[in-house]
Write a protein that binds this ligand. Structure first.
Ligand code: MLT
Ligand code: ZN
Length: 477
């Protein structure tokens, strides 16, 4: 338990409205998004300034209390959920949600960690700029979580991951000191780039409280198409040709296999069948269309027509309005929800060298036919950057809570191992964008280079010798 004296000190530091301690209020902070973990806590701290975050951390440091930073709670790996001991303090950043400054000339902005990703995009767009990170959960995920998990999403092909979008950070260290590096410099070769340590560290090295983020010119318009293809090999070849034809105009290149489209049609109201024929797969391609290139639309249309004519693509539709564009993105972004509605799933968030994606899919499907007969592979995602959400749904008609569902889920350890071993053989990663959290620690230990793993342990020991920052996440306690 957290001692009465520590609780009193924390509450005094946080001030009125700065904490939650009623069980019903605290409960949502103790269960992760996928409901894999059910933890406990006596206190959810809700500081509204970096000084208060630092005060909370200093008290926890003195009392050796674990601290679990908590953003929008949309992570898939249990990284923001306290353990079952009830001795960890949850630190919600939700009240630190100010946009501190926006600099349209320097193409940067400073935001606090509790801003939602949507608020970050809106702050950029209000001054005619683009903040390009784009995720299905953007209405509720928070920038602090995006930074701490090095989030990816659909625009990585063009703009990189969250790590690539950061110019400066403000971080409360595990002893309560504040690292103030909210610089907006593009060039700054002054020794080790220490801010990088906290990006993707999932709150195990400190609490990110604010960031200076890069902005980009906002595209005037978009050209969005859905292209039917014969499968992953054809999708990857199309990617190569489209990049050579349109270069950096490509903002997204997302693959949706037939199984994903079928789930969307079954479970999502208003999803239209884009093509009459049930093609093996589709690619959602989006190009940025600046006013200075008025001919781009005609060129793209001609290109898609030639692909279909030559039989390299099976069909193609180009969105003719903003509404049609939204409909295509709705379809893509709601695939995870459609899969949840279908029932249980066994998930893999893998990345591969792009040239080996088709080999991965072919080999994986053959292995799964033996390991999980009848299961449906729903392997969709960010083919443009090599990241596939290679998920499995049980055989059609498997009822929620049925013995058949339980035996499907019972296959998860064997299936995960087989898929991740294959990914490792092909030079890929078992965690492309969803992180490690509590869920994938054993995988990290199995697949990470031992030298890299020992460096991670040294860094953790150096920054957090008491092990109070998000204990038991990323690295074993
Ligand atoms: C996505 O790209 O849709 C997500 O990262 C994967 C998911 O929600 O399962
Ligand atoms: Zn994704």
């Amino acid at each position: 338990m957290i001692s009465g004296a520590a609780l009193a000190a924390l509450k005094a530091a946080l001030g009125p409205g700065g904490w939650l301690d009623v069980p019903a209020d605290v409960e949502p902070y103790t269960v992760d998004f996928r409901r894999l973990y059910h933890g406990r806590t006596t206190l959810v701290a809700r500081p509204d300034s970096v000084e208060k975050v630092a005060a909370v951390v200093r008290i926890c440091h003195a009392e050796r209390l674990g601290i679990v930073p908590h953003g929008g709670n949309t992570s898939y790996c249990g990284g923001a959920t306290p353990d079952e001991s009830g001795t960890e303090v949850v630190l919600s950043l939700a009240r630190m949600n100010r946009v501190r400054s926006v600099d349209p000339v320097g193409y940067s902005m400073v935001l606090e960690a509790g801003c939602t990703l949507h608020a970050a995009q809106a702050a950029a767009s209000a001054v005619g700029r683009l903040f390009p990170l784009s995720l299905g959960s953007e209405a509720s995920c928070q920038v602090g979580g995006n930074l701490s998990t090095n989030a990816g999403g659909t625009a990585v092909l063009r703009y990189g991951m969250m790590r690539d979008l950061v110019l400066g950070l403000e971080v409360v260290l595990p002893d309560g000191r504040v690292l103030d590096q909210l610089r907006s410099l593009r060039k700054d070769n002054t020794g080790y780039d220490v801010k990088q340590l906290f990006l993707g560290a999932e709150g195990t090295l400190g609490v990110i409280t604010a960031a200076c983020l890069k902005l980009f010119p906002a595209p005037d318009d978009y050209l969005t198409a859905l292209v039917a293809v014969g499968g992953m090999a054809e999708a990857v070849e199309l990617l190569g040709r489209t990049r050579s034809a349109f270069g950096d105009s490509i903002e997204a290149f997302e693959y949706l296999p037939r199984a994903a489209l079928e789930l969307a049609r079954t479970h999502l109201a208003g999803v239209i069948a884009p093509f009459d024929a049930p093609h093996p797969g589709c690619v959602l391609i989006e190009l940025a269309a600046p006013r200075t290139l008025p001919e781009l639309g005609a060129r793209f249309e001609e290109y898609l027509g030639a692909e279909v004519e030559a039989g390299r693509a099976l069909d193609a539709v180009l969105a003719a309005s903003g509404q049609q564009r939204d409909a295509l993105w709705f379809l893509r972004e709601h695939i995870p929800e459609a899969q949840v509605r279908e029932g249980a799933s066994i998930k893999h968030d893998v990345s591969l060298p792009i040239a080996r994606l088709a080999e991965f899919v072919g080999t994986a499907e053959r292995r799964l036919a033996e390991l999980a007969p009848g299961a449906r592979v729903v392997g969709y995602g960010h083919v443009g950057d090599g990241n596939l959400h290679f998920n499995l749904s049980p055989a059609p008609g498997t009822l929620r809570g049925s013995p058949a569902e339980a035996s499907f889920l019972g296959l998860a350890p064997v299936v995960n191992r087989a898929m991740h071993d294959l990914v490792a053989e092909l030079g890929g990663s078992f965690s492309a964008e969803h992180g490690i959290g509590r869920l994938k620690i054993a995988e990290l230990e199995r697949y990470e280079d031992p030298v890299a793993l020992s460096l991670m342990r040294s860094i953790k020991d150096a920054l957090d010798p008491q092990g109070i920052m998000n204990p038991g996440k990323v690295l074993r306690r």
